[in-house]
Design a protein. Structure first.
Length: 345
């Protein structure tokens, strides 16, 4: 007999759900979009109309609907509410990163998932991309020798800090304000790099150092730099910024990976859509593609729902490791700002 598709409810229909989660669910034959929820009526209605499914702005109605699993793509401060409610109602959960605002909340979610026997995956969509698979393949094949240094950088404008309102007045966007109030770029984007650092090096992070810059006027730095030392001696350098062209009419985003080993180097440049390997044998160039892979992630999620095994997907423990590191780096960066204020003549 033909297997029934797993029915998915999506909580949060904003930007990331729009370009990532919703189309990937709709494309997967083993998944069915059962209902979408967002407290903003225009967002919920737009998603429901586009994908031909029920939509609601009422959380009670959403959780009363018939579905098997929940995708939590709502703002970070609401993750705990949705994850716990879904788990307690017997649903499996795939939650956007970062999992929680702090480690206590993440530990609570992990504990409830274990108690209820439900799956809890976290959306580290960089893991399964062609870019990641190619670079990891080169590392595992010894093409660059022993990986000693990993440098990852993402400098962009977070879709622009300002936008005109209905009256034509320029206002700071809710996304920009929200991401900065949640802790800034290292906590929002840097967790991806921290997760990849553990994947590429195959080694846990044992020491972190952080610094930051304040182009905007928030407590958290809008530009954060981190140095991670791994147990095997490898070093990862991470740089993430939201203020690279954040007020520019024609912005530019820079996204690169550099891997330095004892026998060669590898590089990914998203702007050029190029991967390259340089070693004693010569130069190999390949198409870079996109660093994210929502379609692959939902393929793995469908398999996990069937097998009850997360497989290559990140679980709560791995998400907690990445977030603890990102929070630590951000706090260390903030401390450097406070120190400079004290010692400045």
């Amino acid at each position: 007999p033909e297997l029934m598709a797993f029915r998915i409810g999506v909580a949060g229909t904003g930007v990331v759900a729009g370009y990532g989660h919703l189309p990937a669910i709709a494309e997967n034959p083993d998944l069915e979009l059962a209902i979408v929820y967002d407290p903003v009526v225009t967002s919920a209605e737009r998603a429901g109309t586009r994908y031909g499914c029920p939509w609601t702005t009422d959380a009670e109605r959403f959780y009363a609907h018939d579905f098997d699993a929940v995708t939590v793509a709502s703002p970070l401060p609401t993750h705990r509410e949705h994850v716990l409610r879904a788990l307690e109602s017997g649903r499996d959960v795939l939650c956007e990163k970062p999992l929680a605002v702090d480690d206590d909340e993440a530990a609570e979610m992990q504990s409830v998932a274990e108690r209820t026997g439900r799956l809890l995956a976290v959306g580290f969509v960089y893991r399964g991309s062609d870019v990641t698979r190619t670079l990891k393949g080169w590392i595992d094949a010894g093409e660059i020798g022993e990986l000693r240094l990993l440098r990852m950088s993402y400098l962009w404008n977070l879709h622009g800090r300002y936008a005109p309102d209905s009256a034509g007045e320029w206002q700071e966007t809710p996304m920009w304000r929200g991401r900065m109030e949640e802790g800034g770029p290292m906590i929002d984007c840097g967790v991806h790099f921290i997760d990849l650092a553990r994947l590429f090096t195959g080694s846990e992070i044992v020491e972190v150092q952080g610094a930051g810059a304040w182009v905007a006027d928030y407590e958290a730095p809008d530009w954060t730099l981190g140095t991670l030392t791994h147990a095997n001696g490898a070093v990862t350098m991470v740089e993430v910024g939201f203020t690279y062209g954040h007020t520019a009419k024609v912005p530019r985003a820079l996204f690169t990976y550099d891997l330095v080993g004892t026998g060669g180097t590898a590089r990914y440049d998203r702007e050029l859509s190029r991967l390259e390997l340089r070693n004693g044998e010569g130069l190999i160039e390949a198409h870079g593609g996109w660093e994210k892979d929502f379609v692959g992630m939902y393929g793995a999620w469908a398999r996990a729902l069937s097998t009850r095994d997360l497989g290559p997907l990140a679980g709560a423990e791995e998400a907690r490791i990445a977030s603890r590191c990102a929070i630590d780096l951000t706090r260390r960066a903030m401390n450097t700002k406070l120190f400079r204020r004290v010692v400045r003549p």
